[in-house]
Design a protein around this ligand. Structure first.
Ligand SMILES: Cc1ncc(C[n+]2csc(CCOP(=O)(O)OP(=O)(O)O)c2C)c(N)n1
Ligand SMILES: [Mg+2]
Length: 192
């Protein structure tokens, strides 16, 4: 089974200057932070269900940039309605990646709905996403990396990952104002 940190590292390796990353609270934020501090990353902390709306807003506001969301199954399940909104807006510069360990690992590993019959890729399809995938292994992950870096279509991918206990790697700041100002500065500075 895929491991979350090497998966995120592999997907972002060689990222273009134009690729901005948003992570969902907890584990996904530790994973993104583990790839190194980067001002093009916005890492959510504590707030659950808001990472995808933020990524959509960023993609709309900065259409010349590519935006990747890296979040968890629990975090996306908290605000599933956003998938319908995103599919309707359909920004080509947005890629949604869910690290699906079928649990709320950050709070003790309680099983999420995806441990049962819930299939996030099918939900995304039902919401209207034309391009979706579920990733289980290295070859599917390599194909997803190509899609992400091609950056020419809205994509949703559910990446099945192992449950692991890993050291927490903190982002630059837990202060929301500090974090958003730092991110906004670079997002605007890089505007074409
Ligand atoms: C509204 C709200 N409910 C509950 C929490 C507590 N909480 C923090 S992280 C988390 C689990 C997130 O699960 P998931 O997105 O699947 O991440 P992972 O399994 O990768 O840790 C929960 C329930 C919260 N921060 N906000
Ligand atoms: Mg999870």
């Amino acid at each position: 089974m895929l491991k979350r940190r090497p998966t995120v590292e592999f997907l972002l390796a060689g990222r273009s200057q134009n690729l901005f990353a948003v992570s969902g609270l907890g584990s996904s934020t530790w994973d993104l932070s583990a790839t190194g501090d980067d001002r093009r990353n916005f890492c959510f902390n504590g707030v659950m269900g808001q990472a995808a709306p933020f990524a959509l807003g960023l993609a709309i506001a900065q259409p010349t940039k590519q935006v990747v969301l890296i979040t968890g199954d629990g975090e996306i399940l908290m605000s599933l309605g956003i998938l319908a909104t995103i599919a309707n807006v359909a920004p080509k510069n947005l890629c949604l990646l869910v690290l699906d360990n079928e649990s709320y690992s950050e709070t003790g590993g309680q099983p999420s709905a995806t441990a049962g019959p819930t299939n996030l890729e099918l939900i995304a399809k039902g919401c209207g996403f034309a391009n979706t995938s579920t990733v289980h292994n290295d070859s599917e992950l390599a194909a997803l990396r190509k899609t992400l870096h091609a950056a020419d279509e809205l994509h949703f991918s559910n990446i099945k990952i192992a449950t692991e206990e890993l050291p927490l790697i903190f982002p630059h700041s837990f202060d929301g104002v500090t974090a958003i100002n730092r991110f906004r500065d670079v997002a605007i500075a890089c505007s074409d």
